[in-house]
Design a protein. Structure first.
Length: 255
């Protein structure tokens, strides 16, 4: 599902590839309801590589393209595990900072449905549109094969970047809350540094995802937000802004 090739053949190639994309999406949905067809062992290995060696994870994505003729995952196991992690972490936050069963349940559902899935779809759509409209290499001659980024691959890129970022900004943050929530300059520095690291790593993994496609150029565009983060983090520290406190205030009205 990732790059799709379609030669100029009167539209027949485009129709065939649209049919192929539809078939892959149908396969993805079917496997969603058949856990035995999901490869959780390989998915866990991929998650580990995204944390310690992300280039290795994308190198295996190219192998997937060579063997199955599409780059996007046809296995929903990654999304399932991420959703389960988000739900479990949201439950832990609710137990620690929530006030009321109803609001806690709403927070858990919102974390999965909105923060992970809906926002993820939005970010993937932005990346998909930007890469196809502005980053594709121009064909060198009239008979060159035209390629484009598929939306499902863009969503894979988001999920790949989301997982390590979530470990930093949600899981590790929860563990460090006794320190991060103290009213000290050190807590502000640590919180700002943690968020700067997490957001920067998200940008870096997004860059790796799109730069893995040989028909895209200028993918370093996805690294530009890191410069803004590098400027914003020191300013936040000087202003006494603690991102962890702000996040908990937004989620739970934490004082």
């Amino acid at each position: 599902m990732l790059p799709v090739t379609h030669a100029a053949d009167g539209g027949g190639g485009s129709k065939r590839h649209r049919s192929g994309r539809h078939s892959l999406f149908v396969l993805w949905v079917r496997r969603l309801f058949k856990p035995k067809q999901m490869d959780f062992q390989y998915t866990l290995w991929t998650m580990l590589q995204l944390c310690i060696s992300p280039k290795t994870a994308y190198r295996h994505a190219s192998y997937h393209k060579q063997t199955k003729n599409h780059w996007a995952r046809d296995d929903p196991a990654f999304v399932v595990l991420c959703a389960a992690l988000v739900a479990a972490t949201a439950t832990a936050y609710s137990l620690a900072f929530g006030n009321g069963v109803g609001r806690s349940l709403l927070f858990i559902v919102s974390a999965v449905a909105v923060d992970f899935l809906a926002l993820g779809c939005g970010v993937a759509t932005l990346g998909w549109g930007l890469s196809n409209r502005a980053l594709r290499r121009k064909a060198q001659h009239s008979h060159a094969v035209e390629q484009s980024v598929e939306w499902m691959y863009a969503f894979d890129v988001h999920c790949n970047a989301f997982f390590p970022t979530f470990l930093l900004l949600a899981v590790l943050q929860l563990v460090l809350c006794p320190v991060l929530l103290t009213s000290t300059f050190l807590s502000t520095v640590l919180s700002a540094a943690l968020w700067a690291l997490g957001l920067s790593y998200y940008c870096y993994l997004t860059f790796l995802g799109y730069s893995a496609l040989p028909f895209l150029e200028r993918t370093e565009l996805f690294l530009y937000p890191i410069a803004l983060i590098a400027v914003a983090a020191p300013l936040a520290i000087l202003a006494g802004f603690n991102p962890t406190r702000a996040a908990l205030r937004f989620w739970f009205d934490y004082k």
